[in-house]
Structures are given as C-alpha cells and as structure tokens.
Design a protein around this ligand. Structure first.
Ligand SMILES: NC(=O)c1ccc[n+]([C@@H]2O[C@H](COP(=O)([O-])OP(=O)(O)OC[C@H]3O[C@@H](n4cnc5c(N)ncnc54)[C@H](O)[C@@H]3O)[C@@H](O)[C@H]2O)c1
Length: 280
C-alpha cells in the first residue's frame, strides 16, 4: 500500500465518523464549539457540565437527540466523572475520545501575601484534579480497547509565567505534566494523550473575574481589543472555533502518531517576546 494512498484514505469529510466523545464543560465557550464541530464531523457526543440548562440547550439546538446527550457532571467529583464516562458508554457503546475542557480562571490576586488558599484549592480541583479524573476514567474504558484519544485544555499559561493568577498558571503547568506522564503510561495501549493551549479567547472565562453586572458586551469588546493588541499574530482574531479545530485534529486519525504534545494555539505568542520592540 502506498503512503499517499493511506493519507488520502484517512481524510474523509467527516473526520470523526463512528467515534464516541465525551466533552467536559461542553455547555458553553470553547467546549460548546468543540461539541458543535465534533457533531459536524459525525461523532456521537456526551456533554458533561454543571450548567444543566445550557448543556441541554446545546443538545436541543443540534436537533439530534440520538447522537448528542447531556449528563450533569462536576469534574471535581470523581464519582460524577466516573458516572459521565459510564453514561456515555451506556448510550453509545464505547468511548474513543475524551476532551477534558472544563476549567475556571479563579479570582485575580496581585499580591501573594493576600492569596486565598481556598481559592487555590478550588482552581486546582477543577483544572487539574478534574482533568485527572477524566484521564483516569477514560483510560478505564480505552485500555481494554487498545485505542483512544485523551485531550485536555491547557493554556498559554502552561508555557510562561505572568499570564494569570498563580493557581491558574500552576494548575495548567500541572495539566501539561499529567499529559506527558499519562501519555508515557498509556502509549503501550495505543492511547494518545495530548493537550491544547490557546491564547486569550472571548468567552465567559475571560470575564469571570469581573462582578456579574460588569460582564457586559462592552467588557468583551475591551477584552478582545486588549488581547488583539498584545497578540503576536496581528489582524487575526482567535475564536473558540479555532481552538475546536485544533482539538478536532488531535481527536482524529490525522493525529494518529501524535502523543504527549502541547499544541499551542497562540499565533506564536509564547515563542515571541516583543517587550524589546525589535520588530514593533
Ligand atoms: N478563554 C480563554 O481565553 C482560554 C485560554 C486558554 C485556555 N482556556 C481553557 O479552555 C477551557 C475552556 O474555557 P472557556 O474559555 O470555554 O471557559 P467558559 O467559562 O466559557 O466555559 C467553561 C465551561 O466549563 C464548565 N465548568 C466549570 N466548572 C465545571 C465543573 N466543576 N464541572 C463541569 N463543568 C464545569 C462551565 O459550566 C462552562 O460550561 C478551560 O480549561 C480554560 O482554562 C481558555
């Protein structure tokens, strides 16, 4: 068989046809875009989120109850994640892909002496322990099948300091560490483990640090202006769809030999430092 023939055969229009995926935090933001893109690409999807109404609305809006379902799941609770995995397998027969996307930013704190350790625990609980729960329970299904793709949402804050609160940055470096370590364990079972690290995207998370009455459209516009000005790639705005495309790539057979990677979706932000103004 020619190599070219293999490549052509592995790029169907629907890149996830026949695949079953579980997406945590799939009720809004980046997770919702991942759900919608996976659906276009033929996957059967279970959305796992704490926002029941929003999650159910995403399912209804897709109008495909047979292939897109919702389950309530708080990723900080191991039993919830275990149940979400079993629920997905119960509905669709197996699990090929898990996207550990649920995450929170935590409150900003510019002075470490005032750091609130309960806030620190909360951020690690969702962003790191939540991801590990997903990895553990997905592996439970994937190991006997000898295949699977585990993808976690990381961040540019997993590559350099100074981009977010300490707990957020620490939790995302930990996601990267877990990704590499779990990839090392699960390689022998042909299970791929990767993460995706976006630059700032205008979602609820981007405004979560503001009081509720300040989370307005104007605040989103300010966030987009700011991230646009600070970006390396100028004149191109990062959207949730762009992040979903990177996740789709890692989920699909197009990435069949990629594991242990942190795919940066940051337009070069973490590889270029413009503070010396050499090119600006
Ligand atoms: N938006 C950005 O700028 C950005 C940048 C880099 C990385 N990320 C990462 O991308 C991921 C998604 O972020 P987003 O911007 O879409 O955020 P978002 O706030 O828009 O959506 C997060 C989703 O996760 C859900 N969620 C929160 N806590 C949960 C829990 N305990 N259990 C289950 N679900 C829970 C929320 O209900 C929500 O639907 C996060 O891991 C985030 O850290 C976001």
């Amino acid at each position: 068989m020619s190599t070219t023939g293999t490549v052509l055969a592995s790029t169907p229009t629907q890149r996830l046809l026949g695949k079953v995926a579980l997406v945590t935090g799939g009720a809004s933001g980046i997770g919702e875009s991942i759900v919608r893109l996976f659906h276009i690409h033929g996957a059967k999807i279970c959305i796992a989120d704490v926002q029941d109404n929003l999650g159910k609305q995403v399912c209804q809006s897709l109008g495909d109850e047979a292939n897109v379902v919702f389950v309530h799941c708080d990723v900080t609770v191991e039993d919830d994640v275990s149940h979400a995995v079993d629920f997905t397998v119960g509905k669709f027969g197996t699990l090929h892909i898990i996207v550990n996307n649920a995450g929170i930013s935590g409150s900003p704190c510019s002075d470490i002496r005032n750091a609130d350790l309960s806030e620190f625990d909360k951020v690690f609980s969702v962003n790191t322990k939540g991801v590990f729960h997903g990895m553990k329970h997905a592996a439970r299904i994937m190991i006997p099948k000898k295949k699977g793709s585990i993808i976690s949402l990381c961040s540019v804050a997993s590559a350099i300091g100074g981009l977010g609160p300490h707990a957020y940055t620490g939790s995302k470096y930990a996601v990267l560490g877990l990704t590499k370590n779990v990839a090392a364990e699960l390689g022998k079972h042909a299970i791929r483990v990767n993460c995706v690290s976006p630059y700032g995207v205008a979602t609820g998370l981007a405004l979560a640090h503001l009081p509720e009455d300040e989370r307005t459209d104007d605040a989103l516009v300010s966030f987009r202006d700011f991230t646009g000005r600070m970006a390396n790639l100028q004149g191109v705005e990062l959207t949730t769809h762009d992040v979903a495309n990177a996740v789709l790539f890692l989920a699909s057979d197009d990435a069949k030999y990629i594991s242990g990677e942190n795919l940066m979706v940051d337009g070069g932000f973490t590889s270029a430092n413009h503070s010396l103004q050499v090119f600006r």
